[in-house]
Design a protein around this ligand. Structure first.
Ligand SMILES: [Zn+2]
Length: 425
């Protein structure tokens, strides 16, 4: 696929008309992957002819262990890592090896992931993102305010005369970033969901006055509260792009619903819960050639939405992304089986309390569940929440863990904010 056709399809196309159309498209992509890409990878060459079920399930650890043999560019892992780390430390040059950009994932837990993108891959990515999200009119210059943890050549390299990227480092003080944002007056604003909400609140306080035509949430799960807050303040519903170092996995359509990017990626499912269909995706990206991503199991939990979308595209709709599988709550059922308690249920309980709650956190540690509520009326909120938890446990026929409710919010470290955390020992 050329970047031009990717742009055209995303901008003007109606998406896949049926599941059969998706399968036909993917069969073609997979055949090309086997013929053209896998033979170039010393690690995957031997699997080019074998059934997909025989390919190893890839994980971040395995990918890093075999990085030098998996990539098709002959790039040595240690050299690429040294370059990426140096670039991150100094933040003043773009880590490139020839025409291949080297990136480092944020990696909140332990291991950092390395990834590579070729010029063609970056152009494809940009074509889809621009095709989908470029505001009207098409030939007007856009200023993109992009909040991220580290600048990466992937994004800077796609800049062109019509598109100017300005990066804001998430590690800089918020007030400094707001001064820069006010000056930039972005027409497109891209940031993690919680940062978008924080920016919206800065606008509400008149700390800044900006009027972006597009608001795009990336890197974090966009909660309905944050989405509503952003929409109220800016008068526009935020869009979502779900992408990882493993590729562009899903983005919202014109109807505002999230669809899997089945034009680039074949999705297998590791189903965690048959009732909701919640699964960890196993992705095979048949458009990537520099660092093949094949049968790569992600740790995120996706909840499928079986309803067809009004936009007419048959690609699988996703109701919610729950973040890491490790942060899913499982409660013991009366029948001895474990029940999945989706974070959305917790969110709804807090949202329907009779008094306002500014924010909340849920921390599960062994048999103890601690809920932090940022509210001025704990004497009403606490008993109401306790009774909601009891009802929830009853509805799911399971045993409610020991519940402790506290006022305020816990001290948090780390760039990514999570409302639900499970601590395992
Ligand atoms: Zn749709």
């Amino acid at each position: 696929m050329t970047p031009f056709s990717a742009f055209r399809i995303t901008r003007y196309g109606r998406g896949f008309s049926s599941r059969e159309a998706i399968q036909a498209w993917q069969a073609h992509g997979m055949a090309r992957l086997r013929q053209k890409i896998m033979p170039l990878s010393p690690f995957y060459a031997r699997y080019a002819e074998s059934r997909m079920a025989d390919w190893p399930i890839m994980t971040k650890a395995l990918l890093m262990a075999h990085f030098s043999e998996i990539n098709t560019c002959g790039i040595d892992r240690d050299a690429a890592m040294a370059l990426a780390l140096k670039s991150e430390e100094t933040r003043n040059f773009e880590p490139m090896m020839g025409e291949i950009a080297v990136g480092l994932s944020t990696g909140t837990s332990g291991q950092r992931g390395l990834f590579l993108t070729s010029r063609h891959e970056r152009a494809l990515w940009a074509a889809v993102i621009c095709g989908r999200f470029w505001p009207f009119p098409l030939l007007q210059r856009q200023r993109v305010g992009f909040f991220m943890r580290a600048d990466n050549a992937l994004y800077r390299r796609v800049a062109n005369p019509l598109l100017k990227f300005h990066f804001f480092d998430l590690l800089n003080p918020f007030s400094d970033n707001m001064v820069g944002l006010q000056k930039l007056q972005p027409s497109i604003l891209v940031a993690p969901a919680t940062m978008l909400a924080q920016i919206a609140r800065a606008q509400q306080r008149n700390q800044i006055g900006i009027a972006p035509k597009r608001l795009i949430s990336v890197a974090e799960v966009l909660s309905p509260e944050d989405s509503a807050c952003i929409e109220t303040i800016f008068g526009r519903k935020p869009d979502q792009v779900y992408q990882a170092t493993e590729g562009l996995l899903a983005y919202s359509c014109r109807a505002g619903n999230l669809h899997l990017n089945e034009r680039f990626v074949k999705f297998g499912r590791d189903v965690l819960d048959s009732e909701t269909g919640a699964f960890c995706p196993i992705v095979t990206d048949f458009t990537r050639s520099s660092l093949p991503i094949l049968r790569y199991r992600l740790d995120d939990v996706l909840f499928p939405d079986p309803e067809p979308c009004p936009c007419g595209c048959a690609s699988q709709r996703i109701a919610r992304i729950e973040g890491r599988a490790d942060d899913i709550l499982w409660w013991q059922g009366h029948d001895g089986k474990q029940r999945l308690i989706a974070s959305d249920l917790l969110r709804q309980m807090v949202a329907t309390l009779p008094v306002p709650v500014r924010d909340y956190r849920v921390i599960a540690e062994e048999e103890l569940l601690t809920v932090w509520l940022d509210t001025s009326l704990p004497e009403i909120a606490f008993p109401a929440l306790r009774s909601k938890f009891e009802t929830l446990a009853q509805q799911h026929s399971c045993i409610l863990p020991e519940l402790k409710i506290r006022r305020g919010l816990p001290v948090e470290t780390g760039a990514k904010r999570r409302r639900v955390t499970v601590i395992r020992r």
